[in-house]
Design a binder for this molecule. Structure first.
Ligand SMILES: *Cc1c(COP(=O)(O)O)cnc(C)c1O
Length: 471
């Protein structure tokens, strides 16, 4: 399997070459040259596989530069009941007739990012050992991504994590999750400033190419193809649990931010998984909902990006969206560049409303969308607790709201549960007047010793800290 850039660069790469990379050299995103097709006989064979073996089968179609036995061992080591809480790994629960929640949030940090990041940690360790190389991951987080990355990379050989976060601005639970890690290769850096300062620092350090090369700086952001690929697996696992046979369509609703999660659903559908509809759920930051309703993709300015009660979906632009649009415009890199380089660069938006391609988003690719407000989320949390005695987090509530607007009789609707309520306790308390239950392993974490350094919002200070801790 070879990978190409959405922006048309002539190079073709293999999986392990792009594993440790971010963007393609021309600024595009990597995609497989073709989507492997899965026929009904294969689906029948996969239906009964344990999760780790299903992951191996799917990953094998996209990874041909890791020996099969090694890849199998990596999958087996990643997707265990010990790490994800159940043998099913992503158990499905029926809320009411035809509406399901797929639990993706029972990994180490209680959010779905663990599903991909845990695999990435093991792939990184494997590939770095094979190359005899090291990697220093530099990131900025306001919560979910940073903790998922740290729990995936902790104790891994050849990898260090330097994670910046805005000092005092994460929830006490999220802070405790990250700062209580005592592993020598994990470095928490609390920056005096806001999240944007952290992101600016990461950009400034990455733009210093000399420093970047010398200290082998890398990232784990959501445009990484390996992360997206890992997420394809749970669409298959969800499908098999929601159906008794492989001729039945299923729809999915996905609480969305950077479009990574739902893009994995698109890939599963392109492979031939019988997905009828992919519902993109957004909050008040509705860049994506606007596109699927109108054909206009309009990136927001920082000042127009709302801080909401589903903060992991608070995005101004969706960094994986380019992958889907590439397929939407018939994989024409010139057209893609016109939209993402020329139009977005010049005006901050592009308009496909008059383009026949836009209709394909719904008709050929099965996309729909929805949007929720804070009040919608609160009422969805209350309603789900009252009618089904089930507690959901505000992101999953976004999903459930959008899902209810897109139900088709006879077609199961699977809503992806992207975080557990305890991670966003304040909103749950606002909705219900009570604290969500906390899994045993997180009891009392706020009182654990913290491992974190405070630094000013200054890229030079962060560089000096990295340099000091790289020997
Ligand atoms: C990251 C995240 C999302 C958004 O996922 P994307 O892949 O960026 O679309 C939704 N919910 C939660 C809880 C998250 O952590």
């Amino acid at each position: 399997m070879n990978y190409l850039s959405t922006r048309g660069h002539a190079d073709r790469k293999r999986f392990c070459e792009i594993l440790l990379e971010g963007l393609a050299p021309d600024g595009g995103l990597y995609l497989p040259e073709t989507y492997p097709q899965v026929d009904t006989a294969t689906l029948a064979k996969w239906r009964t596989l344990p999760y780790a073996e299903l992951a191996f089968e799917i990953l094998s179609l996209y990874i041909d530069d890791i020996p099969a036995a090694d890849l199998k061992a990596i999958c087996a080591k990643t997707y265990t009941a010990e790490v994800f809480g159940t043998d099913e790994i992503v158990p499905l629960r029926e809320l009411e007739d035809g509406v399901y929640l797929e639990a993706l949030s029972n990994g180490p940090t209680l959010a779905f990012k663990d599903m991909a990041m845990q695999l990435l940690g093991n792939l990184f360790e494997y590939e770095l050992a094979r190359r005899g190389a090291e990697l220093n991951i530099l990131g900025a987080t306001s919560g979910d991504t940073g903790s998922a990355a740290e729990y995936a990379m902790r104790g891994k050989k050849g990898v260090r994590v330097f994670m910046t976060s805005p000092d005092g601005r994460m929830s006490p639970f999220q802070q405790a999750q990250m700062f209580s890690l005592q592993d020598a290769n994990i470095h928490n850096i609390a920056i005096t400033g806001v999240f944007d300062d952290c992101q600016d620092i990461v950009k400034a350090v990455s733009n210093d190419l000399g420093f970047k090369r010398k200290y082998r700086i890398g990232t784990v952001n959501s445009i990484n193809w390996a992360r997206l690929l890992a997420q394809v697996v749970y669409y298959f696992a969800g499908y098999f649990q929601a159906t008794a046979s492989n001729d039945k369509p299923v729809s999915f609703t996905v609480p969305s931010g950077n479009f990574g999660n739902v893009c994995a659903g698109h890939v599963a559908r392109m492979m031939g998984l019988p997905i009828q509809t992919l519902v993109v759920a957004t909050n008040e930051n509705d860049v994506l909902d606007e596109f699927f309703r109108t054909g206009v993709y309009r990136v927001r300015a920082a000042i127009d990006t709302h801080e909401t009660s589903s903060p992991s979906m608070d995005i101004s632009k969706a960094s994986n969206f380019e992958r889907f649009v590439f397929d939407l415009v018939g994989r024409d890199p010139a057209k893609l560049r016109q939209l993402f380089v020329d139009d977005l660069g010049l005006t901050g938006s592009f308009d496909l409303s008059a383009d026949p391609a836009f209709r394909q988003a719904a008709e050929r690719f099965g996309f729909r969308s929805g949007r929720s407000t804070h009040a919608d989320r609160l009422s969805m949390i209350r309603d789900t607790e009252k009618r089904f005695a089930t507690l959901i987090d505000p992101h999953t509530a976004d999903g459930l709201k959008a899902a209810r607007e897109q139900l088709t009789p006879g077609v199961p609707m699977v809503v992806l549960e992207t975080a557990l309520p305890i991670k966003f306790a304040a909103t749950v308390v606002e909705a219900l007047g009570e604290e969500p239950a906390r899994p045993k392993k997180f009891e009392g974490i706020e009182a654990l010793p913290k491992r974190v350094v405070q630094l000013p919002a200054d890229a030079e200070a962060v560089k000096a800290y990295i340099a000091q801790h790289c020997d």
